[in-house]
Design a binder for this molecule. Structure first.
Ligand SMILES: Cc1cc2nc3c(=O)[nH]c(=O)nc-3n(C[C@H](O)[C@H](O)[C@H](O)COP(=O)(O)OP(=O)(O)OC[C@H]3O[C@@H](n4cnc5c(N)ncnc54)[C@H](O)[C@@H]3O)c2cc1C
Ligand code: SF4
Ligand code: SF4
Length: 1007
């Protein structure tokens, strides 16, 4: 039985007092001192882990004023704060032991778009992709880009001065800031933009923090002009953060504090609003994927390619390309990259199509001419449309995440990953870099922005091993020396964070002046202390690269346990699971709650800490369940509010829909439903289950029983009183009605052949070739029997003899609820049976995607289970046997109407071709079918029926499905859905039941 887990990381008294006092001010945001919330903020995408004291989520600038005014009071002078956006920083910029101010949860509004003057005003928490999606219809965009654009926020981008692909022509975030609003650590509100010298003089006179800031900065930039000029290297990826070189603009005679604030990593002020420049979207874009034999050939080609003046050149090495081959992205790009060992993605953009075409012709001719010569490209692919372009950029964007899939304990990690040198020196610099890493016999991955001299290099290390940990400091020092030799900077893209110890090396004589600037903005070192510089410029007060690492925590868990719960440890925090896009399947629970606890990363973090706590408690025999009395007592203590960290993990897991988007969409395939099942099984060794779990876990068996007397059961479950009782006592809502025409009756009416294994084994080869075994599942068989019968009819129309074995339980719901042992026993029994069926050499086909894919995913993950069967989805079977369909349908004229397919999320993510296959089948039948991009429908089997999840389920549905489902009753006839859950959800929130695609095919077969 698992022990009770009391934590020792209690809040410091001054923080407790501060949070209590804050709750009494008009602060309207959320205050979260719970351990799970703190844990969420203890990591980003870096190698570090620092537990903060609490998290606050402000809702407005005024909230921050209340917070900082309170913090000025004497008892709270030691309380410190670090702002945070999407938490995608790669160097621990937002990690701190104080209070985290998360601006992403509530402060994410786009406030004003002014097309005439070409600007947009936003709050700091808005995600870049969301902003650009809003701007797209107006033909403009916010130009600075970065790989995690679907989760990084504008506040974070400003504070790291982010940039990425396209920076050669668009520059960095700082090049696009018009105005910033901010709050200082003393609660003063400020606004900065380019001002003339008259205004500067006026502001300097103010007898407050603002006046002091302007005076101090002006003094430095006027008295240190020469040294400033010498200290800042002149290259595309300039040294950013406290960018003294740009504060004063002699030609324009302006002075602009925003150059200091951009890249200051939350050490000077909290940004509360930003007015940003808009850029017209170029009318035409073209992307070439140029293939090479090796990374160095791609690297050396950059100089030649630059002569064609592209908008961007990005290099991807062999390591990432080979990892991509095992990822979902590969299907989309395989024809564009073929067997290349390295590629350069070269983008051209222009408003002049002819000019663009000429450029492309020249470059393609040059490639063809030199193809296969030493160091020359081996080929190229010119992306044909926007979709292909976006798939190729997606490959580049997923690259970093994919590195986490590297086999073995050593994984490529970020700590020297964004050095930049003048582009002309890049190739030689990288050769020396490679020599350095080779000397340590380290594997590494390289990719990045060759056009601007910034290369991402990630050596593979296992930071759970002290010897590898020691290399962090050693290698960092050597890379600093190398990058200085080439006149570059250590932080070409991702900011300083825990690499702040190198700030003095790069700023040299100016370092004390950085301290003066910090002192003017934040004299008491309250904002993100330790990062970049301290107010007194004391080197000892800045953080070191050898700060507390996540590896320190992970290594406390025994190796065997780590491998048993591998997914929890393999999450590298890249945050792809915080995807904001409502029409993307990734993590519906994170989207609807806005709470990081309810994301795959959050759940993996909770689990890692849980395993660590079990290790600290030296827990043994945790799998042995406590007896009923003991569990009953433990439940009472839970009701009485006795703390156990396991409850926090339980709450995180309970919010998971088990939609499985994470299992495939996360680049590391962090499969939370499996982790959740493992956790629940152990959690309930100590605590009793709610009796609903037994009901839900066994719903397949119950539905089977109910199907023997559907009218009676529907009478009992579908009236107002019993529904109320079910909601009250079982905490279930909207129980579905059992189909009154059962599959058994329907098959009998059709005189379907009896399923007799022995007889089937005597079928001739020809008979087997004309047969299909249609497996039943509880959802379609008992709640939507017509779909099973229509499938039967459709397969019959295609000339098959269809055998339908008696229903058997699949176990999916038992897995969802963590009855792992029972699930494994059922899976073993079914596997034996299905292995037997497989020997018949008759295709096995199932209708409900979530059930079919359980055979293919959860089953095969069971240790020792040997499955030699393959259950196909309907569309997979039809596509493989398309000749029959063609023969049956013959020559038809194209239909004038169009169907819309709303796919099931598990199906879309686990069977990657499944949607396309439906489309291809429909295309063959000359029936136009569009695939609708949607997120999760919010039902996910059981989740949407659980009373406590009803509102969230509805919210998830409204985010994506409701928006995309036509309100026109006539049009709704063309809406198709493959999942039982999805159809049920549409029925309850939009009051109609969409057809299954097989029903459309059947209707066309019959014509
Ligand atoms: C897979 C991956 C790829 C990446 N690729 C790129 C890339 O191509 N280009 C690039 O530039 N970066 C890249 N990064 C790094 C990271 O995404 C950027 O640094 C990004 O700008 C951080 O944004 P965020 O919202 O996640 O900020 P966070 O990580 O939360 O914070 C970053 C810094 O901003 C500060 N901050 C946040 N909000 C505020 C505020 N309102 N006021 C004051 N300070 C604030 C924080 O204190 C912190 O110092 C990548 C990261 C990952 C994980
Ligand atoms: S769960 Fe996956 S996508 Fe999310 S942070 Fe972890 S590795 Fe990245
Ligand atoms: S299964 Fe779905 S809801 Fe659960 S963590 Fe994964 S993506 Fe989120």
């Amino acid at each position: 039985m698992i022990p009770k887990l009391n934590l020792k990381d209690n809040l410091k008294p001054e923080y407790l007092l501060f949070l209590d006092a804050l709750a009494k001010t008009p602060f309207s945001g959320e205050i979260r001192p719970d351990f799970a919330s703190r844990l969420m903020m203890s990591t980003d995408n870096s190698i570090y882990q620092i537990l903060p004291q609490a998290v606050v989520y402000p809702k407005s600038e005024q909230d921050l004023v209340h917070l900082f005014q309170l913090a000025q009071q004497e008892p709270f002078k030691s309380v410190t704060f670090s702002p945070r956006g999407g938490g995608t920083g790669t160097n621990g910029q937002s990690l701190s032991p104080g209070i985290i101010i998360d601006c992403s949860k509530y402060m994410h509004q786009i406030l004003e778009i002014n097309l005439e003057q070409g600007w947009v005003r936003v709050q700091p928490g808005v995600v870049l992709d969301k902003l650009n999606a809003e701007l797209k219809p107006y033909g403009v965009f916010f130009a600075p880009s970065l790989s995690p654009s679907n989760r990084a926020t504008i506040g974070g981008m400003i504070n790291t001065d982010a940039c990425g692909q396209g920076s050669r022509i668009y520059g960095r975030t700082s090049n696009h800031i018009l105005e910033l609003n901010w709050v200082l650590a003393d609660g003063t509100v400020g606004r900065s933009h380019a001002i003339n010298l008259y205004t500067l003089n006026h502001l300097k006179q103010q007898p407050n923090s603002i006046g002091h800031i302007y005076s101090q900065v002006n003094e430095i930039v006027t008295t240190k002009q020469k040294i400033i000029e010498q200290s800042f290297p002149k290259m595309p990826r300039f040294m950013t953060g406290y960018n003294l070189a740009k504060v004063y603009s002699p030609p324009e005679q302006t002075f602009n504090l925003n150059w200091l604030l951009a890249g200051s990593e939350g050490t000077l002020a909290i940004i509360t609003e930003a007015k940003l420049k808009l850029t017209p979207i170029p009318k035409y874009k073209k992307l070439l994927a140029i293939h090479y034999n090796c990374f160095n050939d791609a690297l050396f080609a950059a100089e030649t390619l630059l002569a064609f003046a592209p908008a961007a050149i990005e290099t991807i090495d062999e390591k990432i390309l080979s990892l991509a081959r095992q990822d979902e992205i590969y299907e989309k790009v395989k024809h564009f990259i073929l067997g290349a060992k390295a590629i350069n993605l070269v983008e051209f953009s222009s408003d002049d199509l002819e000019e663009l075409a000429q450029k492309l012709t020249r470059i393609c001719q040059s490639i063809t001419l030199n193809r296969n010569q030493p160091q020359q490209p081996t080929g190229y692919y010119l992306a044909q449309n926007e979709t292909e372009i976006s798939h190729l950029w997606d490959l580049r964007k997923r690259g970093v995440g994919l590195l986490g899939n590297t086999k073995g304990d050593r994984k490529p990690i970020a700590f020297i990953e964004d050095t930049a040198v003048p582009p002309a020196c890049l190739a030689n610099y990288i050769c020396e870099f490679q020599t350095l890493l080779n000397a340590y016999q380290l594997n590494y991955a390289m990719y990045g922005h060759v056009d601007v001299g910034c290369m991402h290099v990630r050596p593979a290390l296992d930071l759970k091993v002290p010897q590898d940990e020691a290399l962090i400091g050693e290698l960092s020092d050597k890379v600093v020396a190398l990058v200085r030799k080439y006149g570059g900077v250590m932080w070409g893209e991702h900011g300083k964070g825990f690499r702040s110890e190198y700030t003095p090396t790069f700023f040299g004589e100016l370092y004390p002046d950085l301290g003066k600037i910090k002192a003017a903005f934040d004299p008491d070192n309250r904002l993100n202390p330790g990062k970049i510089v301290a107010p007194n410029a004391s080197y000892n007060e800045v953080v070191r690269v050898e700060a507390p690492l996540r590896g320190h925590f992970d290594r406390q868990v025994a190796k065997e346990v780590r491998s048993q719960y591998e997914v929890a440890f393999s999450c590298n925090g890249n945050g792809a699971c915080f995807n904001y896009n409502p029409d993307d399947v990734m993590c519906p629970s994170a989207k609807i709650t806005g709470d990081r606890i309810h994301s795959p990363k959050g759940r993996a973090s909770l689990m890692r800490e849980w395993l660590r706590q079990l290790a600290i408690n030296k827990s043994e025999e945790i799998e042995k369940s406590g007896n009923f009395t003991l569990k009953f007592w433990n439940n009472l203590t839970k009701i009485w509010g006795s703390y156990d960290y396991s409850h926090e993990v339980y709450n995180g897991m309970h919010g998971c829909l088990s939609c499985k988007a994470c299992a495939s969409q996360c680049p590391i395939h962090v499969d939370i439903p499996s982790l959740k099942a493992q956790f629940l099984e152990l959690y309930h060794t100590r605590y009793l289950r709610h009796w609903r779990d037994y009901f839900v876990g066994n719903i397949e068996t119950l539905a089977n029983w109910q199907s023997h007397a559907p009218v009676l059961f529907n009478f009992l479950t579908q009236n107002f009183v019993t529904r109320w009782l079910i909601q009250k006592f079982v905490r279930m809502v909207d129980p579905p009605a059992i189909s009154t025409l059962t599959v058994r009756q329907g098959l009998k009416q059709r005189q379907a052949p009896v399923f007799d294994l022995e007889k089937l084994s005597t079928l001739s080869k020809l008979e087997r070739a004309n047969s299909v075994i249609l497996l039943q599942d509880a959802f379609t068989s008992f709640y939507e029997s017509q779909i099973v019968l229509d499938t039967y009819d459709c397969l019959r129309e295609l000339g098959y003899t269809v055998y339908v074995p008696p229903f058997f339980v699949n176990g999916k719901t038992l897995h969802v609820k963590g009855f792992l042992k029972t699930f494994q026993a059922i899976a073993q029994k079914n596997t034996d049976y299905l292995n037997q069926l497989a020997k018949l050499e008759i295709p096995l086909v199932g209708i409900e995607p979530s059930i079919v894919l359980t055979y293919r995913d959860e089953y095969i993950k069971i240790k020792g289970l040997k499955a030699s069967f393959r259950v196909q989805l309907l569309q997979e079977f039809l596509w493989e046997n398309q000749a029959r369909l063609k023969q049956k349908i013959g020559d038809r004229i194209s239909e004038s109407y169009r169907y819309y397919l709303f796919g099931h999320c598990t199906e879309k993510t686990i069977a990657l071709n499944s949607q396309k296959q439906w489309q291809q089948i429909f295309q063959m039948l000359k029936i136009p079918l569009s695939l609708v991009a949607t997120g999760c429908c919010g039902m996910a089997g059981i989740y949407g029926h659980e009373a406590e999840h009803y509102n969230e389920s509805q919210g998830i549905y409204s985010m994506s499905w409701r928006r995309q489902i036509s309100s026109d009753v006539e049009q709704r006839k063309f809406c198709l859905a493959t999942g039982y859950s999805c159809r049920s959800q549409i029925k309850r929130f939009d009051s109609f039941v969409p057809l299954h695609p097989i029903q459309v095919i059947l209707s066309h077969c019959k014509i």
